[in-house]
Design a protein around this ligand. Sequence first.
Ligand SMILES: CC(C)(COP(=O)(O)OP(=O)(O)OC[C@H]1O[C@@H](n2cnc3c(N)ncnc32)[C@H](O)[C@@H]1OP(=O)(O)O)[C@@H](O)C(=O)NCCC(=O)NCCS
Length: 160
Amino acid sequence: MSSSGIRLAQIDDSTRADLFALRVTPSQLRFVGSVQDALNDAAAYPHANPWPRAVLAGDRAVGFVMLSWNVVPQPPDLIGPWFLWKLLIDESHQGKGYGRAVVQLVADLVRAEGAVELLTSYVDEEGGPAGFYRSLGFEPTGEVDGSGEVIVRLRLRDDA
Ligand SMILES: CC(C)(COP(=O)(O)OP(=O)(O)OC[C@H]1O[C@@H](n2cnc3c(N)ncnc32)[C@H](O)[C@@H]1OP(=O)(O)O)[C@@H](O)C(=O)NCCC(=O)NCCS
């Protein structure tokens, strides 16, 4: 549980329908697919060790997050070991601090597993999540992934 009152939960029959109903704004669609797309990706790329979770505020699903959990990196297609693969907050719940809280929860979880950095990537275009990740302390690695997305990292230890 984070200070914003959210928690991450495994996906089961009680959360699946709510997750599939999550929506981003039409202009954000090019930056992230649907939850269904993400779960299809998870099934298609088991070697990416997908770790999908519902983002719950109380009993209500307000978002979705998926990591690549401690993979052996094979750049440019498989980034890791700890990669924030998908993150979305429902449009009606954006701007409330949930996105920030999810990243903090995930960072705490993977740090406890020994991670020294959390990586992610994004489409670097107007209206995208670049400013969000910058405000959380992510910095460019100078690399791009196989789709040309900018790779950024959040240091989880001072010596990283
Ligand atoms: C990006 C996203 C996850 C942010 O979630 P959110 O819950 O609205 O973000 P928060 O309310 O926690 O905002 C945290 C900080 O980031 C800033 N921020 C949020 N979105 C931003 C954006 N697009 N550009 C610049 N800054 C942004 C907020 O102003 C806030 O800053 P502050 O704490 O200094 O006030 C959400 O907008 C979303 O789901 N977008 C569509 C999907 C997407 O692009 N996902 C990421 C790529 S997979």
